[in-house]
Every structure is written in structure tokens, then in C-alpha cells.
Design a protein around this ligand. Structure first.
Ligand SMILES: NC(=O)c1ccc[n+]([C@@H]2O[C@H](COP(=O)([O-])OP(=O)(O)OC[C@H]3O[C@@H](n4cnc5c(N)ncnc54)[C@H](O)[C@@H]3O)[C@@H](O)[C@H]2O)c1
Length: 273
């Protein structure tokens, strides 16, 4: 599917940890579609050097470390990116999530509050910090596009998603609020994509993930969308074909979000007749 949809476009891709990451698949797809970009991740996530393989595969994309919770890191990232390209950029992928409470299996009713704060900072406020940095530096071209990844636990309860549900609600709210201001001031659009459960390092940290992914698959008329399909959707959001889409939460979930029940799931409760 190489249509050069992103030819001439430049961007920053956050969050490619390994070849399962949604950001990794997006970088591959964006490269195939003619985009040029900087790859970034938290310094600690780069210690295995995996990201350098991706960079090589994507036409020697520059790799710049940045902790997305640190404003000074974000400022340096945007400044170095604009210096590299000799001007403004067109797209940003925010593909960042982490909850110490999920990792350390704290129950939602008994959260450790400094970890809760970290969850919100890393998984949601980092989007605000990224957008605020970009706006202050006037780093994005008109009709530029920012996409962040979210999950339907922002709208409905999935008990084991824990405090990440609150982070995703905040992330989606920031998308609307900042989307208004960035749109009105600079014609930059901001959207979240609400993705099916996907086998990645972040995804697999959620308790009962394997069972849940099968449940979700059977509750989706098209089945779960995988990371590569998510990458394709992100490409369309970075392209000029979606110029008036902003401040939206876009479901990329095989129909899960609008399905009450499926024959496949209900049949598990029958007596076999
Ligand atoms: N996997 C799923 O089931 C699923 C479903 C819906 C949405 N999402 C969302 O997709 C996004 C990408 O996750 P993924 O599934 O590709 O997993 P992943 O583990 O590959 O990616 C998460 C990334 O966040 C980065 N990160 C963590 N803390 C950071 C910080 N302080 N600064 C910068 N980067 C930081 C990690 O290094 C990693 O690269 C996340 O927002 C996640 O919540 C995932």
C-alpha cells in the first residue's frame, strides 16, 4: 500500500520500543509512504538499542532521546528536529503509556498516589506538554496533524485497565481542549485513535490480557485491529485527506465500540440447542 501519501511531510514519532509497538509499525508505514521523521523515546527505553535498527530501516532517521514528562527534553527535541529539517514539521505521533500501579498490580481502589500521578503525567499530561512546546516554538505547519493513542476504557469500565482508564480520559479531554486552541490559532488538528487491544509491551502489562484480547476479538464484527492496521489509519490521519478532522476520538476497533453482543459471545451462554 505505498501511495506516497506522506511525501514531503516531516514529523516526530514517539514511542517505538520494539517491533511490536504501534509507533514502530507507524514509522515503517510512514517511511513507506514517503515521510521523513525523527524517532524519539524515553532515554531508559533506548538502552537496548532496538530503536537504532528501526532508524536504519527508515532511511537513517535521527534518534533523539526525550522523556515526554520533561519540558526541557521536549523543547530540545523540537528544536533539534526543526534544525535537522531546516524548518517546521507536519505530524506528531504520541504513542506513550505507562502505569506503575498496573505494573505493580495495585488494585484501583488502593492506588499508590505518587504512582497515580506518574500514570497521569506519562500517559496524558505528556500530550499537553508536547503540544504546548510545539505551539510555543511554532513547530507545526498549518494543517499539521497530531495523533495520540487511546483505549475505550476512557468511556466504559474495564476493571483491570486500572488508573490507565483515568489517564486515557484525560488524554482525550486534552485532545479536545488543545485541539480547539491549536486549531483556532494555527490550523493544527489533534485527534485520538482508540485502538483494539493489541499485543505489545504496554498492552501485555494489563492483568488477564490474553483472555481479554480473545473476548474483544469475538465482540468485534471485524475482529481486533492489529498494530499494522492501526499504523495505516494513523497514516491517513497524517495525510491531507483528513484535513478537517480534529478534536475527535476515532475508534479503530473492528466495530467493538458499537456492538452490544455478538452471536459468538452469546453462544457461550446457551445450553447447546
Ligand atoms: N497495546 C494495546 O492494547 C493498546 C490499545 C489501545 C491503546 N494503546 C496505546 O498505544 C500507545 C502505544 O503503546 P503500545 O501498545 O505500542 O506499547 P509500547 O509499550 O510498545 O509503547 C509504549 C511506549 O511509551 C513509551 N514511554 C513510556 N514512558 C515514557 C516517557 N516518560 N517518555 C517517553 N516515552 C515513554 C515507552 O518507552 C514505549 O515506547 C499507548 O498510549 C497505549 O496506551 C495500546
Amino acid at each position: 500500500m505505498a501511495h506516497q501519501l506522506l511525501k514531503g511531510k516531516r514529523g516526530i514519532i514517539f514511542g517505538a520500543l520494539n517491533d511490536m509497538s504501534i509507533a514502530w509499525k507507524t514509522a515503517e508505514a510512514a517511511h513507506a509512504q514517503g515521510a521523513e521523521f525523527v524517532l524519539t523515546n524515553a532515554p531508559i527505553a533506548m538502552r537496548m538499542g532496538e530503536i537504532n535498527k528501526l532508524a536504519e530501516q527508515c532511511g537513517n532517521a535521527p534518534v533523539i532521546a526525550a522523556d515526554a514528562t520533561k519540558e526541557e527534553d521536549l523543547q530540545a527535541l523540537f528544536e533539534q528536529t526543526m534544525e535537522h529539517f531546516g524548518g517546521k514539521i507536519d505530524f506528531v505521533l504520541h504513542s506513550i503509556g505507562m502505569s506503575p500501579n498496573v505494573r505493580k498490580k495495585r488494585h484501583y481502589t488502593d492506588l499508590k498516589y505518587d504512582w497515580y500521578h506518574q500514570t497521569l503525567d506519562v500517559s496524558a499530561m505528556s500530550l499537553h506538554k508536547t503540544l504546548s512546546t510545539a505551539l510555543k516554538l511554532d513547530a507545526l505547519n498549518e494543517w499539521g496533524s497530531v495523533v495520540a493513542l487511546t483505549y475505550i476504557a476512557a468511556q466504559r469500565v474495564f476493571p483491570d485497565y486500572n488508573d490507565m482508564a483515568d489517564a486515557k480520559s484525560l488524554l482525550e479531554s486534552i485532545t479536545r481542549s488543545f485541539g480547539y486552541h491549536y486549531g483556532a490559532q494555527k490550523k493544527v488538528r489533534i485527534n485520538t485513535i482508540s485502538q483494539s487491544p493489541t499485543v505489545t509491551t504496554a498492552g501485555s502489562g494489563v492483568k488477564g490480557f490474553d483472555e481479554f484480547i480473545s473476548f474483544s476479538d469475538q465482540m468485534s464484527p471485524l475482529g481486533n485491529a492489529d498494530a499494522a492496521a492501526c499504523a495505516d489509519y494513523i497514516i491517513t490521519m497524517f495525510s491531507d485527506y483528513t484535513r478537517y478532522v480534529t478534536m475527535q476520538n476515532l475508534f479503530h476497533d473492528g466495530g467493538f465500540s458499537n456492538t452490544g453482543v455478538t452471536e459468538s459471545v452469546i453462544s457461550k451462554f446457551g445450553n447447546g440447542e
